[in-house]
Design a protein around this ligand. Structure first.
Ligand code: ADP
Length: 503
């Protein structure tokens, strides 16, 4: 066995991908396959676990072909995945019990409300850093137990197993030999005490979930098992696992407390590393495990923007004022400033730090001279304003400033958006050369365990900036812009009156 090549599996919400990295962090080849989304009822989102495994298996082979390498050149496999998505399967046959319930699925909203009314929110928040929200895995497992006959007894006997997507992949890769997860994925289930790094009996009792069905919690960088004899990559160690946002934080080399990354995709995900202290947020942010490595656990604060790049898709698909996403930049660059126009894209309510499910989108400050350029500009600015709100909340909670913001995701390609962002937050915004930070993070975690790299510092050398954006506005100008934005946010709040529309 040789090796300085690492294969990263990036199992996402709409597609499975595999990327081959060399020991300098360069991409040698990749492959991607989309799979079917199931929407059986309004608010429900499901995946067929067999689709997840099949597309992932296919892309593993496709990526090697694309890189022109053979399996024996691969030193290790790293996994990163869509978080919170919940799967159950039979231990004896590996057969899935129904479809996976995807993180976006809202079917357990009532259950969450009931648990809150019973006074459990504080217990969950203190131990898990999360809130009682359908997003997380715990209530999804409970729902499956309540809706499949006889499941509870079988789960108690260890005949039916639970896993997030990482566990499911490890189980299948090892031919059913290993039932494990990593601490970052475990930290998104509502069942894991993030301070102790273990499943919590009190939380399991509240949700009535048997311990026997849960995977073993492991670190993010160690050998979990080897690929089964019947698969083409047989014998290769699986050596790194992290949830997608945590993998991106690692892949952005945010190794010191106070370092942060923001991913500008459909939504935005901002994570700030806070060292070995788990900081409880006073601003509706989540506390989560960043990674656990060499016996040490690092934590992060996490906040998300629900409508990030999606506001640009809205300009394209609904307003139809641009033909393609990149066109937004030309349109916005055609005006001097926003002309007093503010767009608050609270299409599905507002996330942290405002947290208002009853908010809806507004556009304010329109005058007779307002044009498409101003609206495009206001849309781009809305992404940066929402991220700036999160960053300020984070810095407040952590009691330390963010020193620079590292960026990735599709909309980070916009130089104009990045300049607006650095102006608002007053620190450098840095876009790396390798923007596949999620897959790179998984590759790094695996490569560290397999000896491709000795320590995180080796990886830092391979993280290189492509472009750094420096603030050009004064802090007074930025404060004034933020003040106007917050006035606009106030206009969007508490718009929906019906309780049911906002669950
Ligand atoms: P996801 O992983 O959530 O599907 P991506 O990271 O692929 O998202 O980013 C896609 C988003 O980026 C889209 O919402 C799109 O509007 C936006 N986007 C893509 N290219 C640009 C660009 N050049 N300028 C601004 N926004 C862009």
């Amino acid at each position: 066995m040789s090796g300085s090549i690492v294969l990263a599996l990036d199992q996402g919400t709409t597609s499975s991908r595999a990327i081959v990295f060399d020991d300098k962090g360069s991409i040698l080849g990749s492959d991607q396959q989309e799979f079917r989304q199931h929407y059986p009822r309004p608010g429900w989102v499901e995946h067929d676990p067999r689709d997840i495994w099949e597309t992932q298996r296919n892309t593993m082979e496709g990526a090697l072909t694309s890189a022109g390498i053979t399996p024996d050149q691969v030193a290790a496999i790293g996994i990163t995945n869509q978080r919170e998505t919940t799967l159950l399967w039979e231990a004896s046959s590996g057969r899935p019990v129904g479809h996976a319930i995807v993180w976006q699925d809202r079917r357990t909203a009532d259950m969450c409300r009931r648990l809150k009314n019973e006074g459990h929110e504080d217990t969950f928040n203190r131990k898990t850093g999360l809130f009682l929200d359908p997003y997380f895995s715990g209530t999804k497992i409970r729902w499956m137990m309540e809706h499949h006959d006889g499941l509870r007894g079988r789960a108690e006997n260890g005949e039916v197993l639970f896993g997030t997507v990482d566990s499911w992949l490890v189980w299948n890769l090892t031919g059913g030999k290993v039932h494990a997860t990593d601490i970052t994925n475990a930290s998104r289930t509502l069942l894991c005490n993030i301070h102790e790094g273990s499943w919590d009996d009190e939380l399991l009792a509240i949700l009535d979930i048997p311990r026997a069905m849960l995977p073993e919690i492991r670190s993010c960088s160690e050998v979990y098992g080897k690929v089964d004899q019947d698969l083409p990559l047989k014998g290769i160690p699986i050596a790194g696992i992290a949830g997608d946002q945590q993998a991106a934080l690692f892949g952005q080399a945010c190794f010191r407390p106070g370092m942060a990354k923001n991913t500008y995709g459909t939504g935005c995900f901002l994570l700030m590393q806070t060292g070995e202290t788990a900081i409880r947020s006073g601003n509706n942010l989540l506390t989560t495990v960043a990674w656990s490595l060499n016996g040490k656990t690092n934590y992060a604060l996490e906040g998300s923007v629900f409508i990030g790049g999606a506001v640009i898709q809205w300009l394209r698909d609904e307003l139809q004022i641009i033909e393609s996403a990149p066109r937004v930049n030309e349109l916005a660059a055609g005006v001097e400033d926003n002309g007093g126009v503010y767009l608050v894209p609270a299409f599905t309510g507002l996330g942290a730090p405002h947290w208002d499910p009853y908010a809806r989108g507004v556009m304010v400050g329109l005058t007779r001279g307002a044009n498409r350029g101003h609206i495009a500009r206001a849309a781009l600015e809305s992404i940066a304003f929402q991220s700036a709100d999160l960053m300020e909340a984070m810095a407040g909670d952590a009691g330390m400033p963010v020193k620079e913001l590292r960026v990735d995701g599709g909309a980070a390609a916009s130089d104009l958006l990045m300049q607006i962002q650095t102006d608002l937050v007053g620190v450098d915004v840095v876009r790396p050369r390798v923007t596949e930070t999620t897959a790179f993070g998984a590759a790094c975690l695996a490569g560290l365990a397999a000896g491709v790299w000795d320590q995180p510092e080796d990886i830092e050398r391979h993280w290189q900036p492509e472009k750094t954006f420096h603030p050009e506005q004064t802090r007074e100008e930025a404060a004034e812009a933020m003040r106007q934005w917050r006035r606009a946010v106030e206009r969007s709040r508490a718009w929906i009156e019906e309780d049911d529309d906002a669950s």
